[in-house]
Design a protein around this ligand. Structure first.
Ligand code: G3I
Ligand code: 9MR
Ligand code: ZN
Length: 541
């Protein structure tokens, strides 16, 4: 379904916590509204919409319907004048438990190199894929074990930096909100002791070890076939030769950062594994020290899969140094942090090309006692100032999120979720509940409170994305897509043929097509899912 008729009353289609603000957003006309109890049909609340607000990114005239006073748990829908009706949703103490588990389970579905069994994958089961050795690009004689990890996205490539970002989000979520990870997903490895989120991250970490070049400590940028396979090719049928692309500084910095993090997080559960992560991180750091200036990665000739080019590796080095310092306490890493932080890269951004924010969080989480007071204070102040800016921008936005019109880029939902993560980090360091409320508004947007009245997570909500650009979902013959996947979201740049043909002239936030050909708006990736797990976990802790 690519032609989409919004119902003019947008809600978080999963639901709202009992406590706190509850707002639905009307587009077009909005006057009186009623909240209907879905079970009894009774009117549970009546109210009036606020004044109209012309929202630039969405092109809609938006009115807020505030029903915060309704505090009875249950299942509801909202009705307006002229028969307009919203999706049904719940009011509950902890409405996002299943959502969080679904978002985490998505990583199981992204697994590579193993069979997904019907017991865990249901109708989305498929055979083991990509089990062959790969060739080191430019060295046809050098073939290495390449098996395991997660597919990156709708394609089957595996890319070191994006993989590290995804693991970092999940490990951070666990570090900040451990209580949210008490229940099993469950996974085949669930053992009742190690939290499932750590078992799932181990899948990717075990693969990342294979991306480290023996002898140098440098990390291959990616492992892919030469070209993307056809859209309906199942993973186990994608049997073209896999190539390790050359080592890059960005991949090596990301690897050092995530391995240092893992060394800390896994230590209480598996000290030997933590030690292995630590050694791998130090070796990668050694490579970085020996290559203080390295060119950015570009695809080698003949390889046309995702490039994930990144000209600036200072942020990845900063993250690596900060995690290594936080984990080991070694002064050399502290010196490196203090020197790298001087360089001009964004300190409060998260993304596969922007790892500076993770460095900042690692340093702040190291604690006041072990850090340089002036640097700790300035990073904290900078983080809070950035969070304040996001809150202000969200107040100016009809759909109450921090994206400006120009922020609706490829993967805009990652920006939505990364900004929510930053707001939650600000909450963590300041205790200010206003940051969490703003972060929750971002989750509401993702789950349906947007101009298109669509839930951007497959399998969740009354009107979820149904046709993601995700090869298994296209090729498996199952009507429903693999569940729990976060779609990229609107991209005003119209970067694929489908949207060029169908979405000319649309406002930024409407530049989205729920069509499997639209890879620039409706693909899915591990690093769009991971910040969603973080945000959902905060509201389940
Ligand atoms: O940062 C600039 C911004 O300054 C500018 O205003 C804006 C205007 O369009 O562009 C921004 O850059 C965009 C960049 O993503 C931001 O991260 C580029 O236009 C956009 O083309 C680029 O898209 C990337 C895409 O690959 C194409 O290279 C996505 O971030 C990235 O997530 C995506 O990754 C692909 C992999 O290559 C292959 N696997 C699937 C994956 C998801 O689609
Ligand atoms: O399927 C590919 C997707 O995973 C990538 O993100 C995207 C951008 O690199 O490219 C997709 O592949 C398309 C290719 O770039 C152009 N021809 C159509 C392909 C989709 O089937
Ligand atoms: Zn695979």
């Amino acid at each position: 379904m690519s032609v989409h008729n919004p119902r003019h009353i947008a809600v978080n289609q999963v639901g709202y916590p009992v406590e706190g603000t509850k707002i639905a957003l009307f587009s077009g006309a909005g006057h009186d509204f009623r909240v209907i109890n879905e079970k009894t049909g009774a009117v549970a609340y009546t109210g009036q919409c606020g004044a109209a607000y012309l929202d630039k990114p969405s092109g809609a005239s938006v009115h807020a319907a505030d029903f915060s006073e309704l505090k009875t748990a249950g299942s509801y829908r909202i009705e307006g004048d002229n028969g307009a009706t919203s999706a049904s949703f719940v009011i509950a103490d902890k409405p996002y438990g299943e959502l969080q588990q679904g978002l985490l389970k998505a990583f199981y579905y992204f697994r590579c190199g193993v069979e997904l069994t019907p017991e865990y994958a249901g109708p989305w089961a498929h055979g083991a894929c990509h089990t062959a050795e790969g060739t080191v690009f430019g060295h046809p004689e050098l073939r290495l074990d390449s098996c395991g990890g997660w597919h990156d996205a709708g394609d089957y490539g595996k890319y070191s930096g994006p993989g590290a970002k995804a693991v970092a989000d999940l490990l951070l979520a666990y570090e900040l909100y451990p209580a949210a990870f008490a229940a099993p997903v469950p996974l085949p490895e669930s053992d009742g002791t190690t939290p499932d989120v750590l078992l799932e991250c181990k899948i990717e970490l075990d693969w990342l070890f294979k991306m480290q070049e023996v002898g140098t400590g440098g990390v291959y940028h990616k492992l892919t076939t030469l070209n993307f396979p056809g859209l309906d090719v199942m993973p186990e049928d994608d049997t073209d030769e896999l190539y390790f692309s050359p080592v890059s500084a960005a991949a090596t910095g990301d690897f050092a950062g995530v391995m240092a993090m893992a060394a800390r997080v896994y230590a209480p559960f598996d000290p030997a594994y933590a030690q292995k992560c630590q050694a791998a991180a130090s070796a990668a750091w050694g490579w970085l020290e020996q290559h203080p200036k390295a060119p950015g990665f570009t695809n080698p000739p003949g390889i046309t899969t995702g490039e994930y080019g990144d000209e600036c590796d200072q942020d990845e080095r900063f993250w690596a140094a900060a995690e290594l310092y936080r984990t080991t306490g070694k002064e050399g890493y502290h010196q490196a942090v203090q020197s790298l932080v001087q360089r001009p890269f964004p300190k409060y951004r998260f993304g596969w090309a922007d790892m500076g924010g993770y460095g900042t969080l690692a340093y702040l989480l190291t604690g006041k006692e072990r850090t340089q007071p002036a640097l700790h204070a300035s990073l904290k102040q900078g983080l809070l100032a950035e969070a304040d800016r996001l809150v202000r921008q969200s107040r100016e936005d009809g759909y109450r999120i921090s994206l400006l019109e120009e922020d609706y880029i490829w993967g805009s939902n990652m920006l939505v979720l990364n900004n929510a993560m930053l707001l939650l980090a600000a909450e963590h360091f300041s205790g200010d509940a206003a940051f969490a409320a703003c972060a929750l508004d971002h989750l509401h947007y993702l789950m349906g409170r947007n101009v298109l009245d669509i839930s951007y997570v497959t399998g969740f909500g009354d009107r979820p994305v149904m046709h993601p650009h995700h090869r298994p979902s296209v090729g498996d013959g199952v009507a429903d897509p693999v569940p729990g996947l976060v779609s990229g979201g609107p991209d005003r740049g119209l970067h694929d043929e489908y949207v060029v043909e169908h979405l000319q002239g649309k406002p930024a936030a409407q530049c989205f097509a729920d069509h499997d050909l639209s890879y620039s708006t409706n693909e899915v990736t591990i690093y769009w899912n991971s910040p969603a797990v973080f945000v959902a976990a905060r509201f389940n802790a």
